[in-house]
Design a protein around this ligand. Structure first.
Ligand code: ADP
Length: 791
């Protein structure tokens, strides 16, 4: 080895040792990909040092073994840096090849890899030497695969910054591979060249691993091409000038003036040509639009918009104009419990590219710190590859990954981040440069006030909607209340009038002394019936009041549904016969006994069956079916399902929930329920409310299915009751019954209005005084306070 090579090798070994020390320190601190870098540099250092040790028969092949191992490690390094899968497979495959290579070379007795003319000698043998064949095959295939790794990563990259990183590795690989190949064997000059090349490859690898943003390869290539173009143009002009000058000097026999003219002509020709070339290059490679006019226009337009969707549309439109992005959107931020930030993409109509997905940021996280404390823009690439975000939780990371955007800039108002403006990938697949992030942040800052006002308007609209809905509810409750007064007065007045009438008759007959015992007993019977009806009604009202405050108490004991249903039907058999209805029941006997308050369930089923009788015309059918509903958790958690189907008038789908409300009934409220079981005989509208209270008190469910209400076609209704075999623990807890509440009271209504006003005040406090000045449509309270108070 020549003196020059020795000095060079020594120098490079020292550099490798320094690189190893630096990478080793980082590996201890940061681990991960740094370990592979350390392994690579250590192998290169060891290989170099061995090669320097001399031409001994073992040192030369040993250095080649180390270089071969370095190739395998390079693959693992690239996969690890690009966070690509398959590192284990690569290492297993590479490791096996390496073992076979070293094993076969050592087994030959005289290892010859790397010795002068090793390739020609090894291949010249017949059959060719196994170790050399393995080495050549491995190095060529390995080289191709090493190049394929970053190139496929570049092809598959979801962010241009990732593609750039992969492209960078595609530049490093040939340096390392070719450098090591040359250093592996050959003339001292080739070995020296190999060392220098491999060392630059290793430096490149160290730079790639340690830098978050490697230089933009495509941009560098573009700049290089631009430079080449300028050099070529300059060379062409100089050549032309020289040619012309040589011809002219020959003809004019060296007239200096001619040379001056030629030089001036060349310069006059060269300067515009260079300008033109620069212009063409700029046009072809960076068609970036001038951002200023679009930003100015945005600044003007955004102040006039108060609709959230329009604000987002305008922001995204400006983004795509200025940064040439394919998509964009706005993520709204609000502060939740424990200072957590709740994130949610704003609905943006057609211009919305963000998926409807909610996320949260913890106050201690790096993302919160970046976007909400430092209020700096963030690149999705940094989140995925930056050491600063290595500790970000999977949930936070997934939220941003799912948005499929490239960069985010905080939208700030009064020093607070109220949202994020998200920019998607650029149409030309360029990465976001520093100036682009600046532009994104500028658009975000222009959007702040507009977004805040738009959110305020949206919130007020929502509140208005809630108030409107509350108003509808109040109107309905008002109707129910009026109905209640009508119903209660009819229901109570009728039996009262009867009591009064009979009392009058009794009095007048007895004063006349003509009261017959039969008359007496008939009147007494009617008096009892009238008072029973009153008692029934009062007792129903009391039950409903208890249900209202969760105070219906149950006495649970084992009971069978068969007995319950039979007891419910018993008092109705006479009416069923009279109305020529046929009633069937199936499956009740097969049901398991349940823990229930038998008396209450009898009451519930009777209320349902009485309705089936009332709303089914004479001659109709009532069918009761029962079955077990097994639960995966075991028999103790099973339920029973009872369906009571009739062929009556049916219930309109719009009323299927309402029929369970107290005092709700579809018929004319002025009709009283004198005919408790006759067709369409009106009731007070409490039966189903009580049934639901009892079923739910048992931890069960009740609902109705019907195709609709039709007096002609009689679509019928089916009431479903599902009861757990064993009621849940809550069913045993009863609130003491203290107050009787029959309907929503004036106090409750006032309380609701106060809640609404508090919400409005909160809203104002949250949005500050500007909220009142902003151009928001006035919110008209649908119900005035004094109106509520007068109720
Ligand atoms: P009511 O005392 O009026 O029967 P309910 O609470 O028992 O009160 O029922 C409320 C309303 O539900 C009834 O007014 C009736 O319009 C409707 N309804 C209940 N059951 C049936 C049924 N089987 N078929 C049709 N309509 C029914």
């Amino acid at each position: 080895m020549s003196f020059f090579s020795l000095i060079l090798g020594l120098g490079i070994s020292i550099f490798f040792a320094l690189l190893l020390a630096v990478a080793g320190r980082d590996a201890l601190r940061l681990r991960g990909v740094y370990r592979w870098l350390v392994a690579l540099v250590a192998l290169l250092l060891a290989g170099n040092t061995l090669r320097l040790a001399g031409e001994s028969p073992l040192a030369v092949p040993a250095s080649l073994y180390l270089y071969s191992a370095a190739l395998v490690v390079t693959g693992a390094l690239i996969l690890s840096d690009l966070k690509r899968p398959g590192r284990r497979i690569w290492l297993i495959g590479g490791g096996l090849w390496w073992l076979a290579l070293v094993g076969s070379d050592l087994a030959s007795g005289s290892p010859m890899l790397g010795h002068p003319d090793w390739i020609a000698t090894g291949l010249g043998q017949s059959p060719p030497d196994l170790a050399i064949t393995l080495a050549l095959a491995g190095w060529s295939a390995g080289g191709l695969l090493l190049l394929a790794l970053p190139l496929t990563a570049c092809w598959r990259a979801h962010l241009p910054e990732v593609a750039n990183r992969a492209l960078f590795w595609a530049l490093v690989v040939p340096l390392l591979w070719f450098g090591l190949f040359l250093a592996a064997g050959g003339t001292p000059a080739l070995i020296s060249a190999g060392w220098i090349t491999a060392f630059s490859g290793a430096l490149g690898a160290a730079y790639g691993v340690s830098t978050q943003h490697p230089f933009h390869v495509r941009q560098a290539i573009r700049r290089g091409m631009g430079l080449l173009a300028v050099i070529l143009i300059t060379a062409a002009v100089i050549l032309l000038a020289l040619l012309v000058a040589s011809i002219l000097t020959r003809e004019t026999e060296g007239d200096a003036l001619v040379l001056v003219v030629v030089a001036l002509a060349a310069a006059a020709f060269y300067v515009p040509l260079r300008e033109l070339a620069g212009w063409v290059l700029r046009r072809v490679f960076s068609p970036a639009a001038d951002a200023a006019p679009a930003l100015r226009l945005y600044g003007q337009q955004i102040t006039t918009v108060i609709d959230l969707e329009q604000v987002i549309h305008l922001a995204v439109q400006t983004l795509s104009r200025v940064l040439d992005v394919r998509s964009g959107g706005v993520v709204l931020a609000s502060f939740g419990e424990e200072g957590r930030v709740m994130l949610e993409p704003a609905p943006a109509g057609d211009s919305g590219a963000l998926p409807a997905r909610k996320g949260q940021l913890g106050q201690k996280g790096a993302l919160y710190h970046r976007l909400f404390v430092r209020k700096m823009p963030l690149l999705q690439y940094d989140l995925e590859f930056g050491q600063a975000y290595a500790e970000v939780s999977a949930a936070e990371r997934d939220f941003f990954t799912d948005l499929r955007m490239s960069a985010y800039a905080p939208i700030i108002v009064d020093g607070r981040t109220i949202g994020l403006l998200a920019g998607g990938a650029k149409c030309n697949d360029e990465p976001y440069y520093a100036a682009d992030l600046e532009t994104l942040a500028t658009i975000a800052s222009y959007s702040g006030f507009a977004l805040r006002n738009a959110r305020l308007v949206t919130d007020l609209r929502r509140l208005n909607k809630q108030l409107e809905m509350a108003n509808v509810d109040f109107e309905r409750l008002d109707r129910v209340k009026t109905d209640f007064i009508t119903i209660a007065s009819h229901e109570l007045r009728t039996p009262l009038a009867q009591v009064r009438g009979y009392a009058d008759i009794l009095e007048s007959l007895s004063t006349q002394g003509v009261l017959q015992p039969e008359q007496m007993s008939a009147m007494m019977h009617n008096l009892r019936k009238a008072s029973e009806r009153m008692e029934e009604l009062i007792s129903d009202m009391l039950d409903v009041s208890k249900i209202d405050v969760d105070a219906l108490d149950f006495h649970f004991a084992p009971a069978t549904l068969e007995a319950i249903v039979r007891m419910a039907i018993d008092p109705l058999t006479e009416a069923i016969r009279a109305r020529k209805l046929s009633l069937s029941a199936r499956g009740l006997r097969q049901l398991s006994p349940i823990e229930a308050d038998m008396q209450r369930l009898v009451q519930a089923f009777r209320n349902i069956i009485v309705n089936a009788v009332k709303y089914t015309p004479d001659g109709g059918l009532i069918d009761i079916r029962a079955e077990m509903e097994p639960h995966p958790d075991g028999p103790g958690t099973d339920s029973v399902h009872i369906a009571i189907k009739d062929t009556g008038i049916g219930i309109d789908p719009a009323n299927q929930e309402l029929v369970f409300e107290k005092f709700y009934r579809t018929g004319d409220p002025s009709l009283h329920s004198s005919g408790a079981t006759k067709f369409l005989g009106a009731g007070p509208g409490l039966g189903l409310t009580i049934a639901r209270g009892i079923v739910e008190g048992h931890g069960g469910r009740i609902w109705v299915e019907s195709a609709g209400c039709d007096m002609e076609k009689l679509p019928g209704s089916t009431f479903h009751v599902v009861l757990p075999v064993r009621p849940p623990a809550e069913a045993y807890q009863v609130t003491p019954f203290e107050v009787t509440r029959l309907s929503i009271s004036a106090g409750e209504r006032r309380e609701f209005m106060e809640q609404v006003q508090r919400a409005q005040a909160d809203l104002k406090a949250e949005w500050g005084a500007e909220a009142e000045d902003s151009q928001t449509p006035p919110v008209k309270p649908p119900l005035q306070e004094d109106q509520a108070a007068s109720e």
